[in-house]
Every structure is written in structure tokens, then in C-alpha cells.
Design a protein. Sequence first.
Length: 278
Amino acid sequence: MLEAGVLETLLPGVHRLVAPNPSVLTGPGTNTYLLGDKRITVLDPGPDMPEHIAAIEAGIAQLGGELERIVTTHTHPDHSPGAAALQAHFSVPVIGAEIADDGHQDLSFAPTSSVSHDECFDVDGSVLRAIYTPGHVGNHFCFLHEATGTVFTGDHIMQGSTVVIIPPAGDMADYIASLRLLLDYPLQYLAPGHGTLIATPTAEIEHLIAHRQSRENKIWAALQQVKKGDLDDLVIVAYQDVDASIHPIAKLSLWAHLLKLEKESRARQTDGQWELVA
């Protein structure tokens, strides 16, 4: 069981702290990773909660190291806001990609430098490689710790739950392509932004791709059944295997799937009413 505020060593040079922000969307809470033992990189500082910032500072002290940089996978409010408080305390660079606000971004995020695909960082003698993985949101990056074969997935992959895709910043076609991209890397573990370490990375990624295809098939079948309908009509049919209390969240990913079908000229919408292309 994950316990907020307790520093846990997962692998050599890989340590985890869980923020005290459990919810339907964040699971047990947001994972903040401390990478390295002496020259430490904080990956995803999490929410700007005083107790979580204090736990990160205590974790750095517990390791007996010094903070070298802060890196973010993306700028949703449960992943990046803690960067400002840590930067003010330690005067270290903040690295991450920005994106236009869609109503779901951390407006306080002010990186000292951006990040690019395949960019590498020296983390206490180990390579940390940035992998551009848009889909959940357009500025999302995963990071591969090459010494342990661990990829830090942010919200690209969550343990025990599927990821919500929220258009327009989120894109289902990009998300699936980004999942496939990770299969090109030599992975040993997935370290998600929410949940526990996953020791079967290839199987997990392939399962997620298959799940998205299965859901798309259900949405296609729903369009055949409903003929023409809005998100409220379609979610009842396409997500009938999901508790109705989750339907408001499911409608976001439904919308993302429909936009993917529209780009592929397989579905179309008129005034919010969706139908298959004949």
C-alpha cells in the first residue's frame, strides 16, 4: 500500500514519494520521484501542498544529496505546481514543456528551459532520456532511466487504471502512437505517475493498446446502434460496462475517440450530433 510522505527506494537511484492528493483521477496520489543519491533530480514535483513540498525536502536530506534540477512530464495541476516552491528554496533549473491553457493546465508553471525528444540528462552518473509522448496532453514527456530500464510515464500510463484523454490538448491518435513508440525502447519497468511500479512493461503497453482498440470498436458499434447522437447518447451505449458515476469522465475519452474517427473520415459530427460516414 502506498503511503503519502514516506520515501521509498524502488531501484538503485530511484526513490518515490506519494503526494497526499488521492482521488478518482489521481488514484492513491501523485508520485514524485527522486532520482540519484547525491546529485538528485526531482521528477514531477506534484501539487503545491506544503506537506508534500516538506516531504520532498526531507527526502533530499535523507538521501544526503543536493537537488540539481526539477523535471516535469507535463503541466496538469497534480504534477507540476510544486516546482515553483522547490525552485524558490533550492534555486535550481526547472525543465519541462509548456502548452496553451485549455482550462486544465498549471498556470504557475514557468520552466527555465524546455525539453526536446531524445534529450539526455546526466542524473548522478546515469542517463535520463526524454521521450516525447503526446496524447494525454500535447506537452507530455516520458523519461527513461537507462541504468535501470525504468521509464517514468507520468499520466501516459497509470497503474490499475486507464488514462483520460481530454481534447483538444489530448489526442487519441497521438496517445496510441505514443504507446507504440515506447515499445521501441529497452524497458524493464514502468514507473507511473499514479500507482505502483509495473514490472511487465511490454505486456502492459500492449494491453493498453488493445483496450483502446476494444473501446473504439464499442464506440463504432454504439454509432451503428444509435445512428445519430450526442455524447450523452453514446456514452450510455459505448460505456455500458462502466459504472454510470464514471460516465462524465468517460465522455471526455469518448469525445477523443470520436475525433480520431472523424480525422480518419469514419465518423462526422453536425452541431454535436455524431454519426458514421456512409
